[in-house]
Every structure is written in structure tokens, then in C-alpha cells.
Design a protein around this ligand. Structure first.
Ligand SMILES: [Zn+2]
Length: 433
């Protein structure tokens, strides 16, 4: 047999075996349920906020599980936990996955935890089948993704990716005045391991969708191509408060009339830029708020989102022009100030491709999708190639104790994660050793 024939022969033997490789649905589910006991709420959800005693217990359990699989553990200076399974290329960059273990006060069992435990299940599967990868495989639990106890969101991944300053983050306080640094020390998770983004060959994050699209289209896997950029504004419209009776319609400067028109315009602007446009007025406060007084002032918020930076800019420009026109027509002073600006993120094309191919190969109904929410993967993508895998959640609901996902969908997501990671990591061919 020639060398090329030998190689072809070996590949023909091993490739189908690898293609048949699946994670263990029951084991994944059991891990999710075991973790969900820490901070379980009577309504079936989880309240396990960042850097609390419950967060410590969840971290300890995760580390115990990873150590049992032979992983080495590193903890960095913001408390991110890295659990590594060595590869053949012992010092090479790792194929990394993960998410977060903290929850909202009214959180569910899957947001974040699924991504961390899917990574653990990948490692358990590789160990069970004695599969050696070329690149190391690593699972990370990022600190404080939710940002509900210590703002901002995505604190751990933000520090790791140099998008947030460590000193500033450690000084952030909760409602009681406790600093993040003290909270980290209190639970024993202020580490000293230096972990560099250059150690990441690729990063994949599995997560529940937190929206209704996959369920609505009967897809099991969302191939996440990017995340919407966001522009937040505060708007104050000022007219004249006046008596509702003696003031004729034509002589009013009614701030609420302007606010109502702006609200409709926000909706129209978002609808004009589909499928990725979003426009929301979430807050509206009227002054003076009396039933027989024409509102003299309205303070409101506008939230615009889109995947393309140019389109998002155009939407903001259109909003500004529309507000000027509406203000003039109603005799109102309009003050529009930016409150936040998050750039849209496009995930790495080859990582996205690995997810899509894995979904295809595993015959999972899938579609390209965009994240409307923030995730650790968005920060990681700025310093290493990254992509995400979404699975459906019931009625698109999350950050709610009734958050739900099916064992079948979670298992599919975990299998896609396994195969996407193996594609990038490479498998050491036993036949050639
Ligand atoms: Zn999350």
C-alpha cells in the first residue's frame, strides 16, 4: 500500500467514528439540574448573583467536576475560571468554550450555565471515548456576566479582553457598598494566574437564544453571525403646561403630542431597516402629570439597534432629524443626548463556519441568527476568533424564573459545540501514532 492509500484507509476508518460521536444528554441535563439547586427559587428559577456565597458554591462545584476530569485550573485577577484539558500540542493555543455561572435575581437554570456545562460535557465526552485533540480544550466561567449586583454586564470577559479596566471594575460597588474586590476576596476567587487572549485559538459559546426566533421557525440551532450594535438616547421635550380647558388646541405646546409622534417614528425607523433594525421607547415620564393639565415636559428614552454600523448611524441621524421636525411643528424644545453606544459585532467567519458545518453534519435544523443581547463572546471576539451557538428557549423568555429549554435542544447545541470545537482543535489520529 502506498502512503496515500494508507492515509485514505485510516481516514475512512476513523472519520465515521468521529462523525458518530455525541455528548451524553442525560449527563448534561443532570449537571444543569445539580447546579440549579444552588440558589433555587420556589418558582423553579435560580437567584445566584455574582460573587455571593452561592456563586462560590457554584464555582467550587464546577471546579470539582473539572478536576475529576483531569483538568488543570487557573483563576485570574477578576475571578474568571479556566479549566484546561491538555492537547497533543501542549503549549499551543486552546480551543475555548464557556459562559457564566451567575444569574439575575429572577434568573433561570440555563442562561449562562448551559454554556459552561456544555463545555464540561464536551470534556467528559472526550475523556469517555479517550479522544486526544491536537489543541488543548478549555472551559471558562466568566465572572459577573449579568451585572445586576455589580455593574456593568460582562465584567470578567471585559477585563480579560481589555475592554474594561481591572482597577475600575474591582472598585465597583453593590447596593450595600461592598466592592467587587472585597466580594472576590470574601469568596476566595481573586486569582493570580495570568491568562492571555493569545492563548485562545478559537472561542465558542453555547447559549439559550433569549428570544423567540428559533422556536418560531422550528429551528434547533442558531448559527450566530453577530450581535446588534446599540445606541441609547435620553430625550427631553419641553413645551408649556397649561390648563386643559381654557387652552384651545391650536395654541398648545403639548410635549406629549411630540413624544407620541417620536414614539411612532422610532417604530417606523426600526421597521424601515429589517430584519436587523430594532427601535424601542422604554421610559416616558410626563410633567406635571395631572389629568387637567397639558403636559409641559416629557423625558423619555430611545433604544436603537442594528447589525451594520452604517445603518445604525443612519437610523440615529433619521431619529435626530425627525425629532427636530416634530419639535418645530409642536413648538417644543428638544434635547437629545446619547446615553450609551455599543458597536455592532460580527463574529469570526471561520468560527461561524465551523458552527454551521457542525449543524449541517449533525442534521440539526439551523439558521443564521443575530444576537440582540450582550454576551461574553462579544468581548472575546475583539481579541480572539469567536462565535456562538444558540438553542431555543420556551416562548423566548429568559431573565425569568420560568425560563425553560428542552433536553433535546440543549443536547443538540452541545453536540454542535463538540463538533465545531473538534474541527478547530483537530483530533490526533490513533491509527497514525
Ligand atoms: Zn447569559
Amino acid at each position: 500500500m502506498s502512503l496515500s492509500q494508507t492515509q485514505a484507509h485510516t481516514q475512512a476508518q476513523t472519520a465515521p467514528q468521529l462523525d458518530q460521536l455525541r455528548t451524553d444528554s442525560d449527563r448534561l441535563w443532570q449537571a444543569l439540574m445539580d447546579l440549579a439547586r444552588l440558589g433555587a427559587t420556589p418558582k423553579g428559577g435560580v437567584n445566584r448573583q455574582a460573587l455571593t456565597e452561592l456563586d462560590r458554591q457554584a464555582r467550587d462545584l464546577f471546579i470539582e467536576w473539572c478536576r475529576a476530569e483531569g483538568c488543570s485550573i487557573r483563576i485570574d485577577n477578576i475571578g474568571n475560571i479556566f479549566a484546561r484539558r491538555p492537547g497533543q500540542d501542549i503549549n499551543g493555543p486552546a480551543v475555548v468554550t464557556g459562559s457564566h455561572l451567575d444569574t439575575q435575581p429572577t434568573g433561570g437554570k440555563y442562561d449562562g450555565c448551559f454554556g459552561v456545562l456544555a463545555g464540561l460535557e464536551v470534556i467528559r465526552t472526550l475523556n469517555q471515548h479517550d479522544i486526544q485533540t491536537r489543541s488543548p480544550i478549555e472551559v471558562v466561567a466568566w465572572t459577573n456576566e449579568e451585572g445586576c449586583r455589580f455593574p456593568p454586564c460582562m465584567m470578567g470577559s471585559g477585563v480579560f479582553a481589555d475592554q474594561l479596566a481591572l482597577d475600575k471594575m474591582l472598585a465597583q460597588t453593590d447596593a450595600e457598598g461592598t466592592t467587587a474586590a472585597d466580594a472576590l476576596d470574601a469568596i476566595g476567587y481573586r486569582g493570580s494566574d495570568m491568562v492571555s487572549p493569545s492563548e485562545i485559538k478559537a472561542y465558542f459559546e453555547a447559549h439559550i437564544e433569549q428570544g423567540p426566533i428559533l422556536e418560531d421557525t422550528a429551528n434547533t440551532i442558531g448559527v450566530v453571525i453577530g450581535a446588534l450594535g446599540q445606541k441609547w438616547f435620553d430625550l427631553t421635550l419641553t413645551g408649556v403646561e397649561a390648563h386643559a380647558g381654557p387652552t384651545p388646541m391650536a395654541l398648545r405646546k403639548d410635549a406629549l403630542m411630540g413624544a407620541a409622534e417620536v414614539t411612532l417614528a422610532v417604530n417606523r425607523i426600526a421597521n424601515a431597516h429589517q430584519p436587523h433594525g430594532r427601535g424601542t421607547v422604554g421610559v416616558m415620564n410626563l410633567h406635571p402629570g395631572s389629568r387637567n393639565v397639558i403636559p409641559g415636559q416629557v423625558k423619555m428614552t430611545v433604544d436603537l439597534r442594528h447589525l451594520e454600523p452604517e445603518t445604525l448611524d443612519a437610523m440615529a441621524a433619521e431619529l435626530e432629524a425627525t425629532i427636530t421636525e416634530i419639535g418645530q411643528r409642536h413648538g417644543l424644545a428638544a434635547e437629545l443626548t446619547p446615553a450609551a453606544d455599543f458597536a455592532p459585532e460580527h463574529f469570526d467567519k471561520s468560527c461561524v463556519g465551523a458552527v454551521r458545518q457542525a449543524a449541517q453534519r449533525l442534521d440539526c435544523p439551523h439558521m443564521d441568527i443575530v444576537s440582540g443581547a450582550g454576551h461574553d463572546a462579544i468581548f472575546v471576539n475583539r481579541v480572539a476568533p469567536a462565535a456562538m451557538i444558540f438553542v431555543p428557549c420556551e416562548n423566548g423568555i429568559s431573565h425569568n424564573e420560568i425560563e425553560n429549554a428542552t433536553p433535546h435542544d440543549l443536547h443538540s447545541g452541545c453536540n454542535v459545540l463538540l463538533h465545531a470545537m473538534l474541527d478547530v482543535a483537530g483530533v490526533v489520529d490513533a491509527g497514525k501514532e
